[in-house]
Design a protein around this ligand. Structure first.
Ligand SMILES: [Zn+2]
Ligand SMILES: [Zn+2]
Length: 244
């Protein structure tokens, strides 16, 4: 065995003991060589759950070639200027997001934040503060963590900016949005968020972060509370989902 190969094997062995998840593809679990450069395997890199190609300039959803805005944004302007979502919520991307959200796979916050970071780097925008979409206190206690907060902390480190929880709080417990359309989602969310700390975002470029962006209704409601005070408001999520 060559020395280099030996080092590589030793590194992998040590990593496997200390951080068993750090040598595995975040999507399919296959062994990978360099988690830091790319946290997924060659096979997954070829999958179609990456949100690339022509996308709506506001909500980052895939649209037909040569179009600029999706039909939805054409009729409902959002309170945030743009959204950045590196993945599409399907197949293995969906599975790993579900593990992150409900299965305590908190270590995924870092690789997911990195995917968002890469996506934002492609654009020429400045962010001063990252605000996670808040959870109701009761739901947070039940789950033990807010996945949006974990993402915000990791992304803030990568972007070298600030993050703060409880700037916006969720005061009302809401129904699961899954079965609702956009109109009902908005109704469900009405007056459920409250801006608690306007000084934290006054005249700042704000990025709201969540795990999944579906209709954008949640992000929109959170953005609405900050709109009178913030300079620019953007949104980011690990994955873009569509309402059927
Ligand atoms: Zn894979
Ligand atoms: Zn759109």
């Amino acid at each position: 065995m060559k020395f280099q190969e030996f080092l590589k094997k030793t590194k992998k062995f040590t990593l496997n003991i200390l951080f068993p998840e750090k040598i595995k593809c975040i999507f399919c679990g296959a062994d990978i060589d360099n988690f830091e450069t790319r946290p997924y395997c060659d096979d997954c890199a070829k999958e179609d759950f990456f949100n690339v190609g022509n996308r709506c300039m506001f909500c980052d959803v895939k649209i037909k070639k040569h179009n600029i805005v999706c039909d939805f944004c054409g009729h409902n302007r959002k309170k945030f200027e743009r959204a950045f979502c590196p993945l599409i919520y399907k197949d293995e991307a969906k599975n790993s997001l579900l593990r992150f959200k409900s299965d305590n796979a908190r270590y995924l916050a870092y690789p997911f934040a990195k995917l968002i970071y890469k996506r934002i780097q492609e654009e020429n925008i400045d962010i001063d503060i990252i605000i996670p979409v808040p959870m109701h206190e009761k739901s947070r206690r039940r789950r033990g963590y807010n996945q949006a907060e974990l993402l915000a902390v990791e992304l803030a480190k990568l972007m070298n900016c600030e993050t703060k929880s409880n700037v916006v709080i969720k005061e009302k417990q809401t129904k699961d949005q899954k079965a609702l359309n956009y109109r009902d989602r908005l109704k469900n969310l009405t007056n459920c968020f409250r801006l608690k700390d306007k000084e934290a975002i006054r005249n700042k470029n704000v990025l709201i972060i969540d795990d999944i962006l579906t209709t954008g209704a949640t992000m929109n409601e959170v953005a609405m509370t900050m709109q009178p005070y913030a300079l620019h408001i953007y949104a980011a999520a690990v994955a873009r989902d569509m309402v059927e």
